[in-house]
Design a binder for this molecule. Structure first.
Ligand code: GSH
Length: 118
């Protein structure tokens, strides 16, 4: 991955499992990133507070900001799909060309986002 990339910002919580899914993809694709930790609740640094709600109106992590493209995403599946579309040029995590390859990616992605973590 190009070293000219500005680090992406992964919004996370210290105990929440979902942001790890995005961190794993970022690591696998060697994309530089920084982690910004938030707290539960609606305080100044809270996921339901006004500062975080400007980043993710869903008030949950993960959220992912990409200063290279200006794109902001949230929901694990949307963050993962974004990373694959924009950064997986060598098809490290993306599917091959067959329909079975695409279904294999979909089934494991849906399993990941629906069955592991809240
Ligand atoms: N379906 C969402 C779930 C996100 C989620 O529930 N994240 C938890 C942390 S792992 C959270 O932010 N909880 C805070 C809250 O619900 O107030 C995803 O996959 O991104």
């Amino acid at each position: 991955m190009s070293s000219n990339l500005k680090p992406l910002i992964l919004h996370a919580h210290s105990t929440g499992p979902n942001p790890y899914k995005i961190a794993i993809a970022l690591e696998a694709l060697a994309i530089p990133y920084e982690v910004k930790l938030w707290q539960f609740g609606d305080g100044e640094n809270g996921l339901k507070g006004p500062r975080f709600l400007k980043i993710s109106e869903n008030g949950r992590v993960p959220a992912l900001e990409d200063p290279n493209t200006g794109v902001v995403s949230w929901e694990s599946g949307a963050c993962l799909n974004y990373l694959l579309r924009v950064y997986d040029k060598e098809n490290k995590l993306s599917p091959g060309n067959s329909e079975q390859d695409r279904v294999d990616l979909d089934k494991w992605t849906f399993f990941l986002v629906s069955s592991i973590g809240p």
